[in-house]
Ligand binder design. Structure first.
Ligand SMILES: [Zn+2]
Length: 487
């Protein structure tokens, strides 16, 4: 995810930097002050919360997700009627029991459930707030396979998560709808095990009025029109975290093509004038991807694209798997912005393929995507990674020094520190271990952790292993300290 406010500040500051250096490369600034004492340390990383009732145990969001099972596949049949804002869905959830189970706890917000079955047997789910309990007809043992089918309908309700997270989820628009949000979104349109630790494969079948585009994640496998309705099917063939599921239904100009064999679908909302740079920039996503492949290794997925929405409620972009969604605020009337594309596409490796084990490890997503964005801007000849580092380091009073990106706290998972001090950490790691080892660390990380989950201590261990250096003090200062590290 990236926020337009930060993106705008970033560009403004980059322009200032570019003007002030007059084309010369600034040297690393000299700082003479004594090092500030470090506080925090990896002990600020929190253990999982013991499962009290229906949550997965995330220390920041203990009630998210459900315990004791692993969803392997969501099969979603969804029909949306924009004039009435009504979504009708059937979700078939295939799961494996991780322990003996007598019920399944899912997350689901709003909507009316008309029928639920487990293995074909009718059951009666119960709900408390957004927690949906599906009783099993008979208890199952560890490793048993489960198939739960839920029929539902209603007017989807978005989530208002206050200042920290904003408005998320399924949002009705003038002519259609879209779904976006982190850390929560999917529960507003799909019953899910809503935690990134439970990634699964997805099949979507979307039915909408024939005059509208309907786009989601993955590869589109069919599209048919009948009786004024358009039905398309989509396949997500690599495990996907729930918050990365998306949907855009509306009046979009859709461009389809391929990039080195990857099917590409880009969509820009038709209310965005074609005179802006949006279409041109989005069309460059194959080029941006090639740059990132060079840095990180093979692209982890089998589809590519982007969706640009035009909606005042959304001031961010999100790395929805294979097809990021961008708020139009990243562009404006004449501005070009490929940095945001580099950021969201870098997340396909860092965040989507390698997902956080719990939300406290969020810098593994945002620090890395921000650093990728810096590297792209450098490659484009606009501002170097060193300049990005220097101008942030130079601000001794910056609030990023008091928020440790390695354990930012629940309300600060999208704090500027997670992004910028996170990226600075990587820049300093690169400085410390050298380019060759730095990129070996990144490439080994995404290879080892592909399609799974990861923690900060695991990244530190890999960096130490590949570099042959003891890096505890380094990471303690950069990721876990509450003051500006000495360089
Ligand atoms: Zn991001």
């Amino acid at each position: 995810m990236v926020n337009t406010r930060w993106a705008a500040l970033g560009v403004a500051a980059a322009l200032v930097t570019a003007c002030s250096v007059g084309g010369t490369q600034p040297t690393k600034p000299l700082f003479t002050q004594a090092p500030a004492p470090q506080t925090g340390g990896p002990s600020c990383l929190l253990p999982d919360v013991p499962t009290v009732d229906d949550g997965r145990g995330d220390p920041y969001f203990p009630k998210d997700g459900g315990p004791g099972y692993d969803v392997t596949h969501y099969k979603l049949k969804l029909k949306y009627d924009p004039p009435t804002d009504t979504l009708t869905g059937t979700a078939t959830i295939e799961a494996t029991a991780l322990e003996r189970l007598s019920e399944l706890h899912l997350d689901f917000h709003g909507m009316k459930i008309s029928k639920a079955t487990v293995g074909g047997t009718l059951v009666t789910p119960t709900r408390i707030d957004d927690s949906l309990t599906v009783p099993l007809p008979v208890p199952v043992e560890k490793d048993a396979k489960l198939s739960v089918q839920i029929d539902y309908s209603g007017v989807p309700q978005s989530l208002d998560e206050g200042n920290a997270f904003g408005t998320n989820g399924f949002l009705h628009t003038t002519e259609g709808a879209f779904a976006i949000g982190e850390p929560h979104s999917a529960t507003t349109w799909i019953p899910v095990n809503d935690h990134p630790r439970d990634k699964a494969l997805y099949d979507f079948e979307l039915t909408v009025p024939a005059n509208l585009a309907a786009i989601t994640n993955g590869v589109r496998t069919s599209e048919t029109v009948a009786g004024g309705l358009k039905t398309s099917t989509w396949k997500v063939t690599s495990p996907m975290a729930t918050y990365l599921a998306t949907l855009a239904i509306g009046d979009y100009r859709v461009t389809e093509g391929t990039h080195k064999g990857l099917p590409v679908i880009n969509a820009v909302h038709n209310s965005i004038p074609a005179t802006t740079r949006v279409d041109e920039d989005i069309a460059r996503n194959g080029e941006v991807l090639d740059f990132l492949v060079e840095k990180f290794g093979p692209y982890p997925f089998d589809a590519l694209g982007g969706i640009v929405i035009n909606d005042d409620r959304i001031s961010f972009a999100l790395e929805t798997q294979t097809r990021p969604i961008y708020g139009n605020g990243f562009w404006g009337a004449t501005r070009s912005n490929t940095d945001v594309i580099a950021h969201e596409l870098a997340h396909q490796w860092f965040g989507d393929s390698v997902s956080v084990d719990t939300w406290q490890h969020i810098w593994l997503n945002e620090g890395f995507a921000t650093y990728a964005q810096w590297m792209w801007a450098e490659d484009e000849g606009r501002v170097t990674t060193q300049q990005e580092f220097d101008r942030r380091y130079a601000t001794e009073t910056s609030p990023i020094w008091s928020v440790p990106p390695g354990c930012p706290g629940r309300a600060r998972i999208f704090d500027s520190s997670v992004y910028n001090r996170g990226a600075m950490t990587l820049h300093m790691l690169r400085d410390k271990v050298g380019d060759e080892k730095f990129f070996t660390i990144l490439q080994t990380w995404v290879k080892q952790k592909k399609d799974s989950n990861a923690t900060t201590p695991q990244f530190i261990a890999l960096a130490e292993e590949i570099s042959g250096q003891q890096l505890d003090d380094f990471f303690n200062a950069w990721l876990f300290g509450k003051s500006r590290p000495r360089i």
